[in-house]
Write a new protein. Structure first.
Lengths: 300, 167
């Protein structure tokens, strides 16, 4: 690995100043950054560890919703009963990012800032209406997650800017969410297609009153499929309507051919996963299903 | 050249101090500075799990941890598993079940097994396979590893007192 300096600031102000001062990279879990430095893709003169900054390491759920620090590791997110029960698409995503060892280090903030089109956390957070809170040399700013990504490996962050936390609105009654992906194995793989959805049902549990759909690995950035979600609003929660939404989602994809899948395959699977994910999110909204972990989660 | 740092941490219960550059990984320091070569280097990019150690109670791949991040941490490696005069039950179970051939993945898998059984003393086969999904083995086909983990769990539960692990 190339030679670099290392700092581990305790405050956000200090971190912003360090990151703005020279050619630098922030470090959270390190599961992307350390590998990228090893292969020479990134050669920063300074690495700034963000894990000692309180704002980046808190996970709070209350009546205002979820505040998720960008440097909270996946295992801690998965261990939160509040996340599993009320923001379950996030629990679905963080429990399939890498294996146990990776989940013990990797963070949502890192997953978003690496900005891979196949990032598992992105479609889940898009579906849950996530907002990015950014601090930088010119102060703080917020923007919806669907405006954060600008291309493969690229996002809106300017030199010195840090993704501090992600917030999601509090879930309303009769709502549910799900993230799922297609991979040719059971575990330890990168999404060929990833789909996150959230739905809200009316009091009877039969009609969809609100929906959001996020898509991953089917375009240069994760995609918020606005028109596909619109087809569901005011409609009965039925297989026929899930299929219509799936068709509409296929229309906004622009996938590539690569070793993981062809354009045609990815487009087809997008629709299939949208249908399956809607079915699961509706079941969760009705209280008929819930997040299921493959690995028993230690109590937190 | 970046300034070298002194890092103080606890490794296998003993306080250690070492000098390292920021670019050195925990894996590199364990093997090259501290001569603790029980932890193996496989892929160096977090896919294979050969370099798994326990950092502050949780298994991590030491190739994706900078040594400077370990200031004040507790690190457990394969060197701390056996007693001075005898192997740990998990090591015996791996030998008795022939759960290794070339042995490169074994230290990582033993550490991951220790972490699994601490969280979940009686795992199902599915839980074992998912928990060990981050540890690749090119020799055994995994079945013998799963059997060794199951035997370790059974041995531990046979020797435990009623109520000692929530059963």
């Amino acid at each position: 690995m190339h030679d670099f300096d290392f700092e581990s600031p305790r405050t956000l102000t200090e971190a912003v100043a360090l990151l703005a001062s020279r050619d630098s990279r922030p470090l959270a879990g390190g599961t992307d950054l350390i590998d990228h430095m090893r292969t020479g893709r990134f050669r920063p003169a300074l690495v700034v560890d963000l894990k000692k900054i309180p704002e980046l390491t808190q996970l709070v759920t209350d009546s205002n919703g979820l505040r998720l620090g960008a440097a909270v590791p996946c295992y801690q997110i998965q261990a939160s009963a509040e996340i599993r029960n009320h923001y379950s698409a996030i629990a679905d995503a963080v429990s399939i990012i890498g294996g146990v060892q990776i989940q013990n280090r990797a963070t949502i903030g890192g997953n978003l800032c690496t900005s891979g089109p196949a990032a598992d956390s992105a479609p889940a957070l898009l579906a849950l209406g996530a907002i990015c809170h950014i601090a930088g040399p010119k102060g703080t700013r917020t923007l919806p997650l669907d405006q954060f990504f600008t291309g493969p490996g690229k996002n809106v962050l300017q030199p010195g800017e840090i993704l501090v936390e992600i917030t999601c609105p509090a879930p309303v009654p009769m709502s549910g969410s799900n993230y799922r992906r297609f991979i040719p194995r059971n575990e330890m793989d990168i999404a060929v297609v990833g789909v996150g959805v959230s739905v809200t049902l009316d009091a009877s549990g039969q009609t969809i009153t609100a929906a959001r759909i996020g898509l991953g690995a089917v375009g240069p950035t994760p995609i918020l499929a606005v028109d596909a979600a619109k087809t569901l609003v005011g409609q009965p929660a039925s297989d026929a309507n899930y299929k219509t939404a799936g068709e509409a989602a296929r229309a906004v994809t622009s996938p590539i051919n690569d070793m993981r899948g062809t354009v045609e395959f990815r487009r087809h699977v997008t629709g299939v996963l949208v249908e399956r994910s809607l079915r699961e999110a509706v079941a969760r909204a009705r209280g008929e299903s819930q997040y299921h972990a493959h690995v028993r989660i230690p109590c937190s | 050249m970046s300034r070298k740092r002194v890092v103080t941490c606890t490794i296998n219960g003993h306080e250690e101090q070492f000098l390292c550059e920021p670019r050195q990984t925990l894996l590199g320091v364990l093997r090259d500075t501290l001569d603790m070569t029980g932890t193996k280097e496989g892929c160096s990019n977090g896919n294979c799990g050969a370099c798994t150690v326990i950092l502050d109670g949780r298994p991590v791949v030491s190739c994706l941890v900078l040594a400077v991040e370990c200031e004040g941490s507790q690190v457990e490696t394969i060197e701390g598993v056996a007693q001075p005069d005898k192997l740990a039950p998990v090591q015996n179970a791996f030998l008795e079940n022939a759960a290794l051939q070339c042995g490169i993945c074994t230290p990582g898998i033993i550490m991951q097994t220790q972490a699994l059984l601490k969280d979940n003393p009686n795992p199902t086969e599915e839980e074992i396979r998912f928990y060990l999904a981050g540890n690749l083995c090119r020799c055994t086909g995994y079945d013998k590893i799963v059997k060794a983990v199951q035997q370790t769990a059974m041995t531990a539960s046979a020797s435990c007192q009623p109520g000692c692990c929530g059963e």
